[in-house]
Ligand binder design. Structure first.
Ligand code: NDP
Ligand code: GDR
Length: 343
């Protein structure tokens, strides 16, 4: 039985990847952060009491800021594959918390790579690199495109990208960068733009809210479907030689386009509900990210099946259904607190 360690298992991608690896027969270990409230809602449905003979998912407390803990854990678990998905992953927040973002999203990766090396493991390593590294370099972007990050988050991911490549070249570790363009799902965090929109569509449709405050509607993104992207991550670790890959749909949609499809799917007109708030602008914006995934298609046989309009419809339907199942949503689903709503 293959054994994998996932950092960031409680996040959107970590939860889908854990499901995928369990379905392939892996024993899955996940790093979780101690929190005063439960933070495992995305993986509760796959958790089995570890006393049970069939248990194949094990959770361990730890943090990417704690290198000694990472060494201990890796030496204990001895994984065949390590997926480094943990990060402070919000671009806007990285301007508020630049040092923390650098420590987690950047230096955290070298702590984990060092732990792999110090534990003397012969394992394969996946680094969650990002299209944000391309930043101001115009599209289409592929594996050869120069980086020009436009945020503390993007700069931290560039560091992690190069240190992953360096550990591959310096120590012969099978370490790869998946350079993933935006990918979304009903499990997407509520303050990323797609989920913010689809969640608001459901609440406006239900009469709970009337307005949605947004920033730059002209930004162009290439939004794909997260469950397909975690399949791509896994495939990157199954090839003979370690290489870096872009995963994207190749699509070209603005935030305004996403608004249009999402609101129309619920029979609404976004222009009646969306208002501008400059708090959602970033000090430096990434204007356009459109990926060229042809290398992944050739070498991994990976191709996105769900494109942005279908993704928007999937997410709207999921948010409408989630509200309906909550019964009395105006009591059970409080609006985002003010400080979160500024993201
Ligand atoms: P999420 O924000 O949903 O999940 C981030 C995960 O990292 C959570 O499990 C979080 O734990 C964990 N985490 C944060 N800080 C620490 C820390 N200091 N120590 C340990 N764990 C930590 O991100 P996604 O699932 O969307 O993305 C996964 C990875 O892929 C991230 O690295 C992201 O930057 C990158 N990426 C994402 C893309 C996307 O479009 N989704 C595109 C390209 C790259 P907790 O639940 O406790 O907060
Ligand atoms: P991004 O995702 O920055 O691309 O990073 P996000 O959804 O936050 O923003 C996408 C674009 O939408 C614009 N925008 C808004 N964004 C948010 N969050 N809230 C708003 O109200 C709003 N209005 C307009 C933004 O300015 C931006 O141009 C995501 C993260 O998952 C990263 O971790 C990952 O690396 C990249 O995608 C690829």
């Amino acid at each position: 039985m293959k054994r994998a360690l996932i950092t960031g298992i409680t996040g959107q991608d970590g939860s889908y990847l854990a499901e995928l690896l369990l379905s392939k027969g892996y024993e899955v270990h996940g790093l979780i952060r101690r929190s005063s409230t439960f933070n495992t809602s995305r993986i509760n449905h796959i958790y089995v009491d570890p006393h049970h003979a069939d248990a194949r998912l094990f959770l361990h407390y730890g943090d990417l800021s704690d290198g000694a803990r990472l060494v201990t854990l890796l030496a204990q678990i001895k994984p065949d594959e390590v997926y480094n998905l943990a990060a402070q992953s919000h671009v806007r927040v990285s301007f508020d918390e630049p040092e923390h973002t650098g420590n987690t999203t950047g230096v955290g990766s070298i702590r984990l790579l060092e732990a792999v090396r110090m534990a003397g493991l012969d394992c394969r390593f996946y680094q969650a690199s990002s299209s944000e590294m391309f930043g101001a370099t115009p599209p289409p972007q592929n594996e050869e495109t120069p980086f020009y990050p436009r945020s503390p988050y993007g700069a931290a991911k560039v560091y992690s990208y190069w240190i992953t490549k360096n550990y591959r070249e310096a120590y012969g570790i099978f370490a790869v960068n998946g350079i993933l363009f935006n990918h979304e799902s009903p499990r997407r965090g509520e303050t990323f733009v797609t989920r913010k929109i689809t969640r608001a569509v459901a609440r406006i449709k239900a009469g709970i809210e009337d307005h949605l405050y947004m920033g730059n509607l002209d930004a162009i993104r290439d939004w794909g479907y997260a469950p397909e992207y975690v399949e791509g991550m896994w495939r990157m670790l199954q090839v003979d030689e370690p290489e870096d890959f872009v995963l994207a749909t190749g699509g070209n949609y603005s935030v305004r386009d996403f608004l249009t499809v999402a609101f129309e799917h619920a029979g609404l007109n976004w222009e009646n509900h969306v208002r501008f708030d400059e708090r959602y602008l970033r000090p430096t914006e990434v204007d356009a990210l459109i990926g060229d995934p042809s290398h992944a298609e050739r070498k991994l046989g990976w191709k996105a099946g769900v494109h942005t309009p279908e993704l928007a419809r999937i997410m709207v339907e999921a948010d409408i259904e989630a509200l309906e199942h909550e019964g009395r949503p105006w009591i059970d689903t409080p609006a985002l607190p003010d400080w979160l709503a500024t993201r």
